[in-house]
Design a protein around this ligand. Structure first.
Ligand SMILES: Cc1cc2nc3c(=O)[nH]c(=O)nc-3n(C[C@H](O)[C@H](O)[C@H](O)COP(=O)(O)OP(=O)(O)OC[C@H]3O[C@@H](n4cnc5c(N)ncnc54)[C@H](O)[C@@H]3O)c2cc1C
Length: 446
């Protein structure tokens, strides 16, 4: 290599951090930009607070960000505080790893009623994301969750657990106060297809039963398989385990518990029902039956479920960055597995994508690692081929200072981390999150 390539990585979630690791292992130096004051993306602001083992991945990512060749530059929104064109001059290449933030829409009547929420909004609240609401209305006894994936399970589990149970986690005071005053007793999760077609993973499904306050209920009628479903079970150990766990919930004696979490399969939500004055009063579903190919078809039998709020967990969605191509149909940066592509399918020299912004919002944290390798291998191949270069050798921090942007740093994260641990230790917990943006900045500027 002629000189160590200088790379800007945009987004300090797991994808951006794994990519930075591989880049510096290959001899590059990295500036890792993050719009939030703190790094770690959806590990901090997506993974549920009662999943401390997954949140613990942050500890292993510390080892990466401790590397002197990686400089974390937080509190900078690329595309707003600094343009992609400006960065393209300062760096040999840019890796976009901006993940996903929004909810995918669900187009059914009533979905825009006031008590109908996207999962991302509720997750943002309970995970203490400063960009989301500090308060939440849990004054209704029955709620519906639409979607049978792990995010749906997270939302349902947090709604069904008691505030006291969650107090041991890192939730901030405003979240604890809301959850401990919750009136929710019944959580109804709806999925349109059968046990073999749910998107749950076995561990998350089984874990629902670990709470002494939650009785998980599945109707025996919802356990049904066709030829294609049986094939799916024999082809995947995970699918088979999920089916076994659902079967077990369906046949066992009900557990004595304060709250009930129902998982309804073969029930497709077709509308959210409204009162005369425009509030959610229920969900209407249409019963489905297997079509023999692992798909389903409607039976024409409708059921109205009285609920006072609806949460849709039908997937996250990425947003575009000004100055970078973005597919408004797939909601990803168009790419060939590594390079960013123009509308006509040509790669843009020096622009790469990785993580959820490249693949779409599916898969676990671990998947972003192999994904980053694919991206970074290609970047180094281009560097070897002499395809990368920069025209401006200034330091981006001077440019940001000139624009009046206050940036956070890796040392700053250590200070915020210590402050959160101290807040937690005063209550016998490992951590209590700081929520307010300015308060986060007060700890981590510099
Ligand atoms: C609710 C929820 C729960 C989950 N639970 C688990 C779990 O228990 N276990 C598991 O393995 N996986 C879980 N996942 C999946 C996991 O979070 C993802 O696989 C992973 O976070 C994707 O990584 P990423 O880096 O591509 O995106 P993200 O984690 O979204 O990171 C992207 C980062 O880019 C930043 N960014 C965005 N735009 C800009 C910009 N313009 N300028 C600068 N920075 C920007 C964002 O602030 C963010 O920090 C969960 C996902 C969700 C949504």
């Amino acid at each position: 290599m002629s000189h160590p390539p200088k790379i800007a990585v945009i987004g300090a979630g797991p994808a951006g951090i794994y990519a930075s690791d591989l880049l510096v292992r290959g001899g590059a130096i990295v500036d890792l930009f993050e719009r939030m004051p703190a790094p770690f993306g959806l590990i901090r602001y997506g993974v549920a607070p009662d999943h401390p083992r997954i949140k613990g991945i942050i500890a292993s990512l510390h080892k990466v960000l401790d590397k002197p060749e990686i400089r974390l530059i937080g509190n900078v929104t690329v595309g707003r505080d600094i343009t992609v064109a400006e960065l393209a001059e300062l760096y040999d290449a840019i890796v976009f790893s901006t993940g996903a933030v929004d909810d995918r829409p669900l187009d059914i009547p009533g979905i825009d009623l006031p008590e109908s929420y996207g999962a991302a909004e509720f997750v943002g609240f309970y995970d203490g994301n400063p960009l989301f609401s500090r308060d939440w209305d849990l004054s209704t006894e029955s709620v519906a969750v639409i979607g049978v994936g792990n995010v749906g399970l997270d939302v349902a589990r947090i709604l069904a657990k008691t505030g006291e149970e969650l107090r041991v986690t890192e939730i901030p005071d405003n979240v604890y106060n809301v959850l401990s005053g919750s009136k929710v007793r019944e959580v109804h999760v709806f999925g349109r297809r059968g046990p073999a077609q749910t998107k749950f993973t076995p561990q998350e499904l089984k874990e629902l039963d670990h709470s002494p306050n939650v009785n998980v209920v599945v109707s025996p009628e919802d356990i049904d398989y066709d030829e294609a479903s049986l094939e799916a079970r024999s082809a995947s150990k995970s699918v088979d385990l999920v089916c076994q766990i659902l079967e077990n919930y369906a046949i066992r004696e009900p557990k004595e518990a304060e709250n009930t979490l129902h998982i309804h399969l073969f029930e497709q939500p077709v509308s959210v029902l409204s009162s005369d004055d425009g509030h959610v009063v229920g969900v209407r579903t249409e019963r489905q039956e297997l079509d023999g190919n692992g798909g389903v078809r409607g039976t024409g039998k409708f059921t109205d479920w009285p609920v006072g709020a609806v949460y849709r967990a039908v997937g996250y969605r990425s947003v575009g960055i000004p100055g970078v191509p973005f597919s408004e149909t797939d909601h990803v940066i168009p790419n060939d597995g590594s390079h960013v592509l123009t509308e006509s399918g040509e790669s843009i020299p020096g622009f790469y994508a990785t993580g959820w912004i490249k693949r779409g919002p599916v898969g676990l944290i671990g998947n972003t690692k192999s994904d980053a390798k694919e991206t970074v291998d290609m970047l180094f191949a281009d560097h070897e081929a002499g395809l990368l270069g920069r025209t401006n050798f200034a330091d981006v921090l001077d440019m940001l200072r000139g624009k009046g942007i206050r940036t956070t740093s890796w040392d700053g994260w250590h200070a915020l981390d210590a402050a959160e641990r101290e807040l937690g230790s005063q209550e016998g917990r490992e951590r209590k999150k700081v929520v307010e943006w300015e308060e986060m900045l007060a700890h981590s500027i510099g």
